[in-house]
Design a protein. Structure first.
Length: 210
């Protein structure tokens, strides 16, 4: 973890989001004011082709990966596309472990046909990595400096938002991050149109030994 970005002044910051130009710049998430930090990238086309060719049935795979562990993905058919997907998931594992200094991550790969969390909300986590491989990406409010006291009643349907691109690495800071209790990234799952391919996404959370 880059200590240079840590201080205890989060309560005086204006929450915001940032899209960076380089992978290494994801350390900007440690800025107390930054609640969402993302990096757009191109992923191997074979991953999209592989996912499009799978049976259109919702599924979820949950695994705990050590810093050197490789995803199993036993519920998905094995071919070249699966191996490339595993390589990319391993890259995301490395990013979380290197960024947060954790020895393991909890990984959840899901293929879904509906919005899991359609309302604006904040996760009770530290920092979560989200990446969408197929379908619409995670959405977050363009203006993060808003009242977080009652997001469920304040639907903000007309509020401007940003939607992650396929393959974009998104770091969402939660309310459990150090000195971030009053903040957290305001985000939601995108709506998925009927009769369209499933949305495929992965989330990774840092894990530490008890």
């Amino acid at each position: 973890m880059n200590k240079a970005f840590l201080d205890t002044s989060a309560a005086t910051c204006v929450p915001a989001w940032k899209r960076v130009d380089e992978l290494a710049d994801l350390v900007e998430i440690f800025d107390p004011s930054v609640q969402v930090c993302s990096w757009q990238r191109e992923i191997e086309p074979v991953i999209g082709n592989y996912l499009a060719g799978l049976h259109q049935e919702p599924m979820q795979s949950v695994e705990t990966l050590s810093e050197n562990g490789s995803p199993g993905l036993s519920s998905l058919s094995a071919d070249d596309g699966q191996s490339v997907l595993i390589e990319d998931l391993s890259l995301l594992r490395n990013i979380v472990c290197d960024l947060l200094g954790c020895p393991a991550v909890g990984m959840r790969l899901a293929r879904i046909g509906h919005a899991m969390c359609p309302g604006w909300h904040i996760d009770r986590v530290g920092i979560r990595l989200v990446c969408t491989y197929q379908g619409p990406g995670t959405q977050w409010l363009e203006k993060q400096d808003m009242d977080r006291s009652n997001l469920h009643q304040n639907r903000n349907e007309s509020a401007a938002f940003v939607e992650a691109a396929v393959g974009e690495i998104v770091l969402l800071k939660g309310s459990l991050w150090q000195d971030n209790e009053a903040f957290g990234a305001i985000h939601r799952s995108p709506e998925i149109a009927s009769n369209t391919p499933l949305r495929t996404l992965v989330t990774l959370d840092a894990l530490w030994s008890e």
